[in-house]
Design a protein around this ligand. Structure first.
Ligand SMILES: [Fe+2]
Length: 223
């Protein structure tokens, strides 16, 4: 008899693998102007929150583009959801964080890409790094199942690029273009490390659905 767990994983895998048959780290035909983004974010200077503060000072702060209630409180969306669920017993998934915060209204630089994927948008945020700020090696997994029900976009913005912000993916330093939107398989080990002060990135989470995958594949830069 097929267990419920196996059934969920099999369904998700059939979707997830449709994307990553194409590659692991892929540029999309979207570009966000990093400079414009920084200027438009100035109104939110006091809204940045420590990112996973329980892990000590990892030199990074987050600003929510989406949250559970549309607020900029940072809780719990800037925590590890795995740990939040473990500690509180409340099950939350990436896809529950789907209310846009005021950042969406005021930052027009990101609108084209966000509007394109809007019905599928989950937990999404800007991250700002100090020099030495980093995400240690990790995989973005599912809390309950072996295959996640979301996939990730990574957008390097101001003060990123060669010799500023290192994206180490599956053991290799990735070369990327600041402002470019990348689709990547976040199940493989990745590390982000900034040697520049005030390096900024945007991470978008998208609900895994046939339609969201079709939209993403349509935007692959090389087709
Ligand atoms: Fe990650």
């Amino acid at each position: 008899m097929i267990s419920q767990q196996q059934e969920v994983n099999t369904r998700r895998l059939s979707l997830y693998s449709q994307i990553f048959l194409y590659g692991d780290f892929m540029p999309l035909n979207f570009w966000i102007n990093p400079q414009q983004c920084s200027v438009e974010l100035e109104n939110f200077n006091s809204d940045w929150k420590p990112y996973q503060p329980q892990k000590g000072d990892t030199g990074r702060e987050g600003l929510s583009l989406t949250s559970l209630d549309g607020s900029l409180s940072g809780y719990p969306e800037l925590q590890s959801l795995y740990e939040y669920t473990h500690e509180t017993g409340h099950k939350v998934s990436e896809n529950d964080f789907n209310k846009l915060t005021p950042v969406y209204d005021q930052v027009s630089a990101i609108r084209e890409v966000v509007d394109y994927f809007k019905p599928y948008l989950g937990r999404s945020r800007f991250v700002r790094f100090k020099a030495g700020g980093h995400f240690p090696p990790h995989r973005d997994q599912s809390v309950q199942y072996q295959v996640p029900d979301y996939f990730r976009l990574f957008i390097p913005l101001n003060n990123t690029g060669e010799n500023n912000l290192f994206f180490i993916y599956d053991g290799k330093v990735i070369s990327y273009e600041p402002g470019r939107v990348y689709l990547f398989n976040a199940l493989k080990v990745h590390t982000v490390f900034s040697v520049h002060n005030q390096a900024m990135t945007l991470a978008l989470s998208l609900r895994l659905e046939q339609e969201s995958i079709a939209l993403a594949i349509k935007k692959l830069l090389v087709r």
